[in-house]
Ligand binder design. Sequence first.
Ligand SMILES: CC(C)(COP(=O)(O)OP(=O)(O)OC[C@H]1O[C@@H](n2cnc3c(N)ncnc32)[C@H](O)[C@@H]1OP(=O)(O)O)[C@@H](O)C(=O)NCCC(=O)NCCS
Length: 366
Amino acid sequence: MEDPRSPTPQERDKVVEFLDTQLRPNVSWSIAEEYPLAFSKDKIKNSKIITENSLPIAHAHMETLLIKTPLGLFKVAAIGSVVTHPQFRNKGLSQKILNQCLKEAKDQLCDFAILWTDLFDFYRKLDFELAGHEYSLKIPLSWKNKPLPENFRFLNSIKVKASEILKIYNTHRTGTLRTAKDIENFLKIPNTSLFTAWDKKTNQLLAYAVEGKGADLTNYIHEWGGKVSAFIPLLQFAQSHYSQSLTLIAPRHSENLIRQMSHNGADLHKGYLGMIRILHPQNIFFKMQRYARQLGYTDVICTCIEDKFVLGYKNDLVGISSLRSLTQILFGPLKLEEAVRIKPQTKEVLEKILPLPMWVWGWDSI
Ligand SMILES: CC(C)(COP(=O)(O)OP(=O)(O)OC[C@H]1O[C@@H](n2cnc3c(N)ncnc32)[C@H](O)[C@@H]1OP(=O)(O)O)[C@@H](O)C(=O)NCCC(=O)NCCS
């Protein structure tokens, strides 16, 4: 058995076949169609495999994302499709592969790695922690019966120019840098529904909402954009196509939308963004301090001293020794004052920066 390595382009089909058998046994499409940017011949090098007799027996994929945020760009390693053949489990193969992914992500100067899983303890051993915020809003079925505004035209069709969607996507404050070509590929993912709202007079796209993504995110609106005034009626229109309630997933900072949906009866649930493993705390601290300075706070301290992470304001400093606690403090949901004693002024200033406004849209999860 060899060490983890990238597959060659010639091995791409074998890798996809392994993943289809292990992870998508009961669907009519290939996992490569679900993740069109991940498993193409030129991107397969971002996977890691362990083989035996020239066949993959363990796999993980790592995609590097550049995420725009109010604090600047974050380089993020999204990890997914982690699997070991049942005959080879509990021999440490997945941990080897994941450690290799983390090493490469660190070498590539990724700020952190993220993944989505329910095997929390398995990933905690590798210093991942549940962190960040994800708000889900369950749309009441009664929204179906609300009259739709006359000035909009609504469509349920994926035949929309990717460049139009990109224009609206780019108005988000936080999100992965994407091209129109990326969106064109995402729209071909099996089980994707696209709902759009248009201005009847100008024929301009005002809002969009995407439901479903292959085997995942059925009945979830995981990608969306547009002004709240057009987006909420669009959700009514989308809901009218389903017998079950749709759920919108949204960043915590979409405050206006969350408020208006809650006010109109949507059920709000607060969850985690994913499991996060910080890789370069100093780089994240640099962005935090730069952002604090932009807001007018020159004395925010965040740094590493010996084996501690030190956070604070002016001379009120606290040390945090665990990387996983730091992860929950930086990305939420843990508030610094819940973890350690700090002065009210320190709390007030750090609240301007934390939790870091971070969001990874559905199409980016791998
Ligand atoms: C989860 C999975 C990838 C682990 O692969 P593996 O090669 O057996 O993992 P390793 O041998 O490196 O690690 C095994 C360790 O994980 C633990 N583990 C395995 N499955 C687990 C589970 N479902 N929940 C919690 N811990 C688990 C084992 O107890 C073992 O812990 P130990 O080292 O303390 O004894 C494998 O079980 C698998 O392919 N499962 C099906 C696909 C899947 O669920 N993938 C994860 C998607 S995020």
